[in-house]
Design a protein around this ligand. Structure first.
Ligand code: MG
Length: 406
């Protein structure tokens, strides 16, 4: 008996992912797109044969990036969704009818419910033995009020007994739900808010199984933040440490950039970018902790694009790579090696500049300086050297992977 899954991911909802600008189903949930996590819930279930995703045609690239993080042979090619959820589901079902032989039952699921459990899936599938459809739902426990007008004045209190909040996956015998969707489309009925409503309208028998709070839909930025916190509390983190080292030589000039601060000096540091030796060493330290190449690999000096670049761009990129993998900083530390200029008076400004770029507390940023007692190239005032270290926390599931290609 073939059980197929259709995940609806064609929506444009950007409320939950305002900072990334991506539709929320592609938002980063602790190092993985939400949709990848949703797909895995089904792909890892033994009874499920195939998983098909209905996507927005504009999301081809985001989808490919997303499924690059999913290891499963159950994924079929994606289907283009439509203007409404209902159209997307119909497109998906029609495609599955053609491409997946012998589909007996289908589970239709929202991409924005990435925490669906195996037991919810089991309950829905079990209920399909005796019914055309089954959906997980939670009984309404809050008292329900109806209001009218702008003032939100209460008009009445509604009885809540027998009321449920519908979730997904909504399971159906395949042929009857496809027929129901086709009939609704033929009659231009587009006002159904879930698939169970279409099934009910078509006269199919649909029952409720128990859903869970874990399986709530992620809708707002607050939901997304809560989901990230929840995952963080479940994940095992490991501490990673990286080191970096850099040198730039002096040339004639009137100021140097050190750790994001411009300091007047009788010389400048020579380099392709602004030659901020401190930020370069620190960028390499972070990349080292991530085992993700080095500054030269991501920003080749041979590329004219980076000529005169401000080094906070490099550091910000390294921080973004850490965030993309669900990690966070423990602390960073930079040591500058030079006879001059004097670093002490600028130390706090440097710490503040680095903290701002990395979006961490200043208390997690150390900046120190030393001379080399007149010895070596720094002692001869030929240039400045910098050493840095970065300590980060990385989810163990991300630690064992190679850095994603970009
Ligand atoms: Mg450099």
């Amino acid at each position: 008996m073939t059980i197929a899954v259709l995940i609806v991911a064609a929506g444009r909802g950007t409320r939950a992912a305002a900072t990334s600008g991506k539709p929320k189903q592609y938002a980063n949930l602790r190092g993985k797109p939400m949709l990848a996590r949703t797909i895995e819930c089904f792909a890892q279930h033994a009874d499920i044969a195939t998983v098909t995703v209905a996507i927005h045609p504009d999301d081809q690239t985001a989808y490919l990036d997303c499924i690059a993080q999913v290891t499963s042979t159950k994924l079929t090619p994606p289907v283009n969704g439509g203007a409404t959820r209902q159209v997307s589901v119909l497109n998906g079902l029609e495609s599955m009818q053609k491409s997946i032989p012998g589909v007996k039952n289908v589970l239709i699921h929202d991409a924005a419910r990435p925490f669906v459990s195996a037991s919810i899936i089991d309950s829905v599938l079990a209920a399909l033995n005796d019914n055309d459809g089954a959906i997980p739902a939670l009984p309404v426990s809050d008292t329900l009020k109806r209001t009218g007008g702008e003032t939100h004045k209460i008009i009445e209190t509604l009885p809540r007994s027998g009321l449920w909040r519908a979730q997904t996956p909504q399971g159906f015998r395949f042929a009857p739900i496809l027929d129901a969707h086709r009939a609704a489309a033929a009659q231009q009925r587009q006002d159904f808010t879930d698939d169970a409503a279409i099934a009910e309208w078509a006269g199919l028998s649909v029952v409720i199984t128990l859903g869970s709070r874990e399986n709530e839909k992620i809708t707002t930025a607050e939901d997304l933040a809560l989901a990230n916190d929840k995952l963080a509390s479940q994940l095992a983190f490991e501490t990673r440490i990286g080191t970096g080292f850099d040198v730039h030589r002096f040339a004639s000039g009137s100021s140097v950039w050190l750790c994001g601060v411009e300091i007047p000096h009788e010389q400048r540091l020579e380099g392709h970018s602004d030659a901020d030796v401190g930020l370069h060493a620190l960028t390499d330290a972070i990349l080292g902790a991530l085992a993700d190449g080095d500054i030269g690999a991501h920003f080749p000096p041979s590329d004219p694009k980076w000529k005169g670049a401000e080094s906070h761009v490099f550091l910000k990129d390294a921080a973004r790579r850490l965030a993309d993998r669900g990690g966070r900083f423990v602390n960073v530390d930079v040591t500058l090696l030079c006879e001059a200029p004097k670093v002490g008076p600028h130390r706090d400004a440097m710490r503040a500049a680095i903290a701002e770029i990395l979006e961490i507390e200043t208390s997690r940023v150390g900046v120190k300086a030393t001379t080399t007692e007149g010895l070596g190239f720094t002692g001869r005032r030929e240039g400045i050297a910098a050493m840095a270290s970065a300590s980060v926390l990385l989810p163990v599931e991300q630690s064992t992977k190679n850095a994603p290609d970009r």
